[in-house]
Design a protein. Structure first.
Length: 289
């Protein structure tokens, strides 16, 4: 399991935990204080509560020392964290991030950057894993994705408007539509290249608030921009997609960039090989059709 898959797994566990009913928390503090009061004080006397409860067994004194160890441990951790925050690079790596809708992009020091002329991989996989799909193999992947439906069915399945871009003028309606559950119904629109139908021209994601679907850490490239006056980011990186067999994986459908922005509570993710200027035109052309 690579780092991105582990992060996604953790988010799924958190989502499941929110739905569990927890028993009422017992009065732990009162019980601990009662046991601690059962031991001699510095003057050698035993607290009245201890005499009434029959306390005073030496073996029950451990919680007091455990509490002291815990207090010292927390103090040391607090001192170390405070010292770390005094170092500008470390502080920046800890607290500096870009928030676009539900997408939080941390601006920590990147891992070794990809040379400008080198193409980014279609997928990110562990070093020991089976090589991911190449660009030519991405169309068959669409056949394995979960939640495919028609545009009309998708609009009935979600509680938000599925807008379509009017730019480029020849784009038309999406060729493939998927609706997947990710703590909210995420819609994926896919356009195929009319000149090369085996290639994907563009994909557009609609991610509702509260979804874990696009949480990006340390993207390979980040440039800030605006969409209709709202803050946006231009980056590269994979995203989680659910397959029909129930598996989840982080993939990219296009060897290009991704434009991420928000409108009201909805977060949008446009994946394309267009330039930033052209991608902005696509994003700003979204309208109901």
């Amino acid at each position: 399991m690579n780092e991105l898959q582990q992060e996604l797994f953790e988010k799924q566990l958190v989502s499941i935990a929110k739905e569990l009913e927890y028993p009422r928390t017992p009065n732990i503090a009162g019980s601990v204080m009662k046991r601690m009061s059962a031991f001699p004080s510095r003057r050698g006397t035993i607290a009245p509560e201890a005499k009434l409860s029959g306390g005073g067994v030496r073996g029950e004194g451990h919680p007091r020392f455990i509490s002291r160890r815990l207090a010292w441990s927390l103090t040391i951790l607090l001192i170390l964290f405070s010292s770390l925050m005094l170092i500008p690079p470390a502080r920046a790596a800890i607290i500096e991030f870009i928030q676009i809708g539900i997408v939080r992009i941390f601006r920590a020091e990147p891992t070794p950057s990809t040379p400008p002329n080198e193409e980014f991989p279609s997928t990110i996989v562990p070093v020991t894993a089976t090589p991911g799909p190449t660009l030519e193999a991405l169309i068959p992947i669409l056949e394995d994705l979960a939640g495919e439906m028609t545009l009309e069915e998708a609009r009935q399945a979600v509680n938000y408007s599925i807008l379509l871009p009017s730019y480029p003028p020849d784009l038309g309606e999406p060729d493939r539509i998927f609706v997947q559950e990710a703590d909210g119904k995420m819609t994926i629109l896919v356009w195929l290249d009319p000149q090369e139908p085996e290639h994907i021209r563009m994909s557009l994601h609609f991610v509702p608030p509260g979804s874990w679907a696009i949480d990006k850490m340390n993207p390979a490239l980040v440039q800030e921009t605006t969409i209709n006056g709202q803050r946006a980011v231009w980056a590269v990186g994979p995203y989680p997609i659910r397959f029909s067999n129930g598996n989840l994986d982080f993939i990219r459908l296009i060897d290009g960039h991704v434009l991420i922005w928000t409108d009201d509570e909805m977060t949008y993710r446009l994946e394309t090989d267009l330039s930033l200027e052209e991608a902005i035109k696509v994003a700003e052309s979204l309208e109901p059709k």
